[in-house]
Design a protein around this ligand. Structure first.
Ligand code: SF4
Length: 498
């Protein structure tokens, strides 16, 4: 079995996936392509085509069987082809398909991948944060470099990425990962490669989990079933794979019910004597996870602290829809509850243009500015809205200044319910997503398969065909998200009242 760039990528998303793809119950794997994953793929293909149309002349090796392409790539490299597109390089159990192989003045070949994302982490249009290579790009490039080194077609450990903006960024793979991490990218690659090898040969298996990355995975239902049957510890919100590993290793516990009966004072005594024991778990965290384990099976939500939400005449529950592949906010939805009743108001970018995005943004702020000062409260869920609004105010400073936007969110009446949920409450659920919480509280989305990722797919379809039916679906989904936020706010208030 070959080690490929996609296996390395899968490992970085979820180690268990590498194993499950080979040895898992294949009949439980969902065949159906996720529409959002498909959209990402389509966008990637379009971006690659665009870049390729601008790189000048090249040898195209994108057609043919893998064996034929391996042979042709070798031949072209030996003939000194200046640029090869979609060549296949192979050495023993390593197989790579770099988008481009460029001959350097030294005669060596540089592997280049075309990516439809940003080339480095922290590379923001406006931020001046420290930028650093992306882990999965560095690891994938390392695979190509190792093959080229083994074949004597390269001598340096470096590759390049052409990113969404068309910039070429060089990845020096022997440099350390950061100030606080002395491991080089190359060492990271070797470590990951060995772990992937162990999984592919069934030497190790890793375990399924309930995690944030699972929702877009074709094994989602299968792994969730396993976790429920085994009462796996990742059923506990936020405990995660690494927490599970610590509890498995140090306490020998595997099941939620075993966590419920732990004696915290005894554990703390042991922890005091041995600093490596239950690393990362302090008293508060242990108690929190035990509380969550106790209520998980049939228990009731818990309120850890009294919460007083503002008493105002106008309540707004808002939610945005944006397409991160284009850094584009296409919809601001607001569900308004006041003395006149309830209604949904929205501000939509009907075209995929900065003008249209700006117009919707401006209309949204005109609406906010029309509200009675001091007599409204705004509720949203998670930092996503806040971060998107930060980018919009930086992009369109003439609509609203940064300071005004900051003041808006600093107002105690602008409330991120996720913060409240996380800090002051616990629920008998494995996930505290808006969807899971609102469904628990009895809310039902009109759409049968509601998701932000699907909305992005619909919006992209709407841009193509301007179908009013699709637009209706987008708006209904957004309205339901806003109403779900209202249901959650009411649920918290009720919990507060006892
Ligand atoms: S569903 Fe989750 S745990 Fe299972 S393979 Fe996919 S990402 Fe991994």
């Amino acid at each position: 079995m070959f080690i490929t760039a996609s296996k390395l990528y899968d490992f970085m998303q979820c180690p268990h996936k590498v194993w499950r793809d080979v040895y898992g119950p294949q009949e439980e794997k969902i065949d159906e392509k996720n529409p959002f994953v498909e959209l990402l793929w389509e966008k990637g293909v379009l971006h690659e085509k665009d870049i390729i149309s601008k790189v000048g002349s090249f040898v195209d090796l994108s057609e043919g069987t893998i064996e034929e392409r391996i042979g042709k790539t070798l031949e072209e490299i030996q003939n000194g082809a200046p640029l090869i597109y979609q060549g296949v390089i192979h050495y023993e159990n390593l197989l790579g398909v770099p988008d481009l192989l460029r001959r350097m003045p030294t005669g060596d070949y540089l592997p280049i991948d075309i990516k439809s994302g940003k080339g480095f982490e922290g590379q923001d249009e406006f931020e001046e944060e420290e930028i650093m290579p992306k882990k999965h790009y560095a690891v994938q490039l390392s695979l190509y470099v190792e093959i080229l080194l083994k074949l004597s077609f390269a001598r340096e450990k470096k590759g390049a990425i052409i990113d969404i903006s068309g910039r070429e960024l060089v990845y020096l793979l022997e440099s350390v990962q950061g100030v606080r991490n002395a491991q080089t990218w190359w060492e990271l690659y070797l470590e990951i490669k060995n772990r992937v090898l162990d999984l592919l040969s069934n030497k190790t298996q890793d375990k399924p989990a309930i995690a944030g990355t699972c929702k877009l995975c074709p094994w989602y239902i299968s792994c969730k079933k396993w976790c429920l049957e085994k009462e796996d510890l990742t059923k506990i919100f936020h405990l995660g794979r690494s927490g599970r590993e610590v509890l498995n290793k140090d306490l020998g516990i595997e099941k939620v019910r075993e966590l419920k009966v732990l004696n915290v004072p005894d554990l703390l005594v042991k922890k005091k004597k041995d600093k490596t024991f239950l690393k990362g778990f302090g008293e508060t965290l242990l108690k929190k996870f035990i509380d969550r384990a106790i209520i998980l099976e049939g228990g009731k939500p818990i309120l850890h602290q009294q919460i007083n939400l503002p008493k105002v005449k106008n309540e707004l529950f808002f939610d945005i829809e944006d397409d991160p592949t284009q850094d584009f906010v296409y919809l601001h939805g607001v569900y308004c509850r006041d003395q006149k009743g309830e209604r949904f108001i929205y501000f939509l970018a009907r075209e995929n243009s900065r003008d249209s995005e700006k117009r919707a943004w401006k209309e949204f702020w005109n609406y906010i500015n029309s509200l009675p000062v001091g007599d409204f409260a705004v509720y949203y869920y998670s930092h996503h809205e806040k971060s998107a609004y930060k980018r919009l105010s930086q992009r369109y400073p003439d609509v609203i200044k940064n300071e005004e936007r900051e003041a808006f969110f600093a107002n105690p009446n602008a409330i991120d319910l996720f913060q409240i949920i996380q800090k002051y409450t616990d629920w008998p659920l494995s996930s505290y997503s808006l969807k899971d919480l609102a469904i628990y509280l009895g809310f039902k989305w009109r759409d049968e398969s509601p998701s932000g990722a699907l909305s992005i797919r619909w919006y992209n379809d709407f841009l193509q065909n301007h179908s009013e039916d699709i637009l209706k679906r987008i708006l209904e989904y957004n309205e339901d998200d806003c109403r779900a936020t209202m249901v959650l706010k009411d649920g918290i208030s009720k919990l507060s009242q006892g």
